[in-house]
Design a protein around this ligand. Structure first.
Ligand SMILES: CC(C)(COP(=O)(O)OP(=O)(O)OC[C@H]1O[C@@H](n2cnc3c(N)ncnc32)[C@H](O)[C@@H]1OP(=O)(O)O)[C@@H](O)C(=O)NCCC(=O)NCCS
Length: 115
């Protein structure tokens, strides 16, 4: 019971920190030349490799799961969910769910995002 009282506010603070740090990670990657659209969430410990001059592009409305690594030169489309612990070593089309090492498109989300 006491642990619950102690940890509840800590989890709340952590979720705020995750969102704030995602915002700063986004700004950091944008400032380093990577094109990143609106409404993108980069989870904690997700890493975008900036080691090559041909930077990656990330579309809008993209979620990068925790511990994901995005290799240089890769393009991720709009409305994409990349699952936790994925290695994104190839381009990912718009409107899909993808995960794995190496990443594979798992589900088409065209119907979800169709206007
Ligand atoms: C990708 C994701 C959104 C898929 O969720 P979902 O559609 O509910 O998928 P399920 O949990 O029903 O899993 C379906 C199958 O995919 C597999 N799977 C799900 N996510 C996976 C991942 N990231 N890597 C490898 N396999 C994965 C499951 O093991 C399961 O396999 P099975 O059918 O053989 O049992 C989710 O698993 C995920 O990775 N979320 C991100 C979590 C995260 O980063 N949180 C931090 C936020 S700060």
């Amino acid at each position: 019971m006491i642990l619950k009282i102690i940890f509840k506010p800590l989890y709340f603070l952590k979720s705020i920190w995750d969102n704030v740090s995602s915002y700063f990670r986004l700004q950091f990657y944008r400032n380093s030349g990577i094109k990143i659209g609106e409404k993108v969430f980069i989870s904690p410990k997700a890493f975008i490799d900036r080691s090559k001059p041909n930077m990656i592009t990330i579309g809008k409305n993209v979620f990068l799961g925790v511990n994901t690594v995005v290799m240089p030169g890769v393009t991720i489309g709009d409305n994409v969910i990349i699952g936790a612990m994925s290695l994104v070593d190839k381009d990912i089309p718009s409107n899909c769910l993808a995960y794995g090492i190496p990443v594979k498109k798992v589900k088409n989300l065209n119907r979800v995002f169709k206007k």
